[in-house]
Ligand binder design. Structure first.
Ligand code: SAH
Ligand code: F3S
Length: 441
């Protein structure tokens, strides 16, 4: 058995990659190790969308090189965005890195590791397992017989054909690639058979699913998934507002399983900044989509991503963002300080905003978004909500945690046997980010 230590930083898509990689490794004759010291192989999988993970990768690679001095047979592989972004330069900079991989080549790792094991002396391999396929290789989505929790991620596409000027994703994940709908539906049925009741469909821009493969469209895919007996809830992320058309809006009105919750990143409320970001919509367009969604599903919960301090952002632009946030009344939002990412158009723009101004704007924005989010939590008090129970609560053994249809976390007194069930919960209190309730009836 090859012992592999896997470390992961990053986004939901990386988490999904990592959990599939675990299965691929296990099925490929490897077992997971608890620490790098107990491993024959160390893999690091990262995401570089916002933070500066380069530094973390370099620090990690340095630590592993030290370990390799003691254990020269140790094999080190780095995957994900940083590997893709830096390419050969990363292999040249660190003698200790043996190979790089990306999310399209996870299934090739066990074979590579077996080849190293079979060659008697370990030499730095200098291998790049990197592909830009037209199509997903279904070996990337291995079956496993493990029982699942009640909710599971399901990757349906990757990459992005948009070129938002701040975003590194198209540069590191490449253009859009969709899985076949047949494979997705089989995978979904399998997960439901293993106890999954809620699917979270993943892709950088799920609304463009199937565009390149002449497969069914995203709303059609939702319709097919909706027919799976035993599947109760579907969520998906992420949707670019330009691709959220009426056929998507209609799904919120008509499909049994589609939850009344949409993450619809707006980024800014200023048309000038939206233009520079190359988002492809105006503030007015965004508000019109929100209105259509609310007509289709009046209780829909909307969440968003916001960036402050994009190059040239003035106080006035920032005020427009604040006004938009108030106007829409997001149920929750993620706000970020703009950061320069390599390979992107905005990296070279004039008028970069100072760190102090970005910090100040972020603090103001977060105050406002937190107040609005709190309002939406308070509104739930006194209502009965259908809660899908996910797991025991972190705080107490007598409590469990679940989510409402609107994706709000709820804790309540309850037995662990409730995990996986959908139960009515009366909401009695709003905490900072979660609700507290009690079993209803
Ligand atoms: N569609 C993608 C979006 C990826 S990035 C997805 O799969 O989720 C997620 C969020 O990070 C973006 O919506 C944006 O708000 C933020 N972000 C991306 N690049 C950024 C940058 N350079 N600086 C600050 N925030 C950024
Ligand atoms: Fe990034 Fe814009 Fe695509 S944010 S992932 S380039 S839609």
């Amino acid at each position: 058995m090859i012992r592999v230590y896997l470390e992961v930083y990053g986004c939901q898509m990386n988490e999904d990659d990592a959990s599939r990689l675990t299965t691929i490794l296990e099925q490929g004759g490897c077992m997971l190790a608890e620490s790098p010291e107990l491993a024959d192989v160390v893999l690091l999988h990262t995401c570089s969308v916002r933070e500066k993970p380069e530094q973390r990768v370099y620090a990690f690679a340095n630590r592993m090189q030290w370990l390799k001095r003691k254990n020269p047979g140790l094999v080190l592989g780095i995957g994900g965005c940083v590997a893709k972004q830096e390419g050969r330069a990363l292999l040249e900079r660190f003698w200790g890195i043996d190979f790089l991989f990306d999310s399209y080549s996870l299934h090739k790792i066990p074979e590579l590791l077996r080849a190293v094991r079979e060659s008697s002396s370990h030499v730095a391999m200098n291998t790049m397992l990197m592909d830009q396929p037209e199509d997903f290789d279904e070996s990337l989505f291995p079956c496993n017989n493990k029982t699942h929790g009640p909710t599971a991620f399901l990757t349906i596409m990757q990459g992005c054909d948009h070129k938002c000027s701040f975003c590194i994703v198209p540069h590191v994940r490449g253009p859009e690639v969709s899985r076949s709908s047949r494979a997705i539906l089989m995978h979904a049925r399998r997960l439901v058979g293993q106890g999954v009741r809620e699917l979270v469909l993943l892709g950088q821009n799920v609304n463009r699913y199937g565009k390149h493969t002449q497969d069914i469209t995203f709303p059609e895919l939702l319709r097919e998934l909706d027919r799976i007996p035993g599947l109760e809830r579907i969520r998906f992320t992420t949707s670019n507002p330009t691709d959220a058309d009426d056929s998507l809006v209609e799904c919120f009105a008509s499909l049994r399983t589609v939850c009344p919750h949409l993450h619809l990143p707006v980024q800014s409320g200023s048309d000038r900044i939206l233009g520079l970001m190359r988002r492809g919509y105006t503030r007015k367009d965004y508000l019109a989509i929100v209105e259509r969604l609310r007509q289709a599903r009046p209780d829909i919960a909307l969440t968003t991503d916001l960036i402050v301090g994009f190059p040239t952002e003035t106080d006035e632009d920032f005020q427009s963002t604040l006004r938009l946030v108030e106007e829409v009344g997001f149920d929750s939002s993620f706000s970020f300080k703009y950061s320069k990412r390599p390979l992107t158009e905005a990296e070279k723009m004039e008028g970069q905003v100072s760190k102090e101004v970005k910090e100040e704007r972020l603090a103001i924005l977060q105050d406002v978004t937190q107040r609005i989010a709190q309002k939406s939590l308070l509104k739930a008090i006194g209502s009965s909500q259908e809660v899908l129970v996910e797991k025991p609560s972190k705080m107490s053994k007598e409590e469990v945690m679940g989510r409402t249809l609107h994706n709000k976390a709820v804790v309540f007194f309850g037995n662990q046997s409730l995990v996986g069930k959908i139960v009515p919960v009366l909401i009695i209190e709003a905490l900072r980010h979660t609700l507290r309730g009690q079993l209803d009836g």
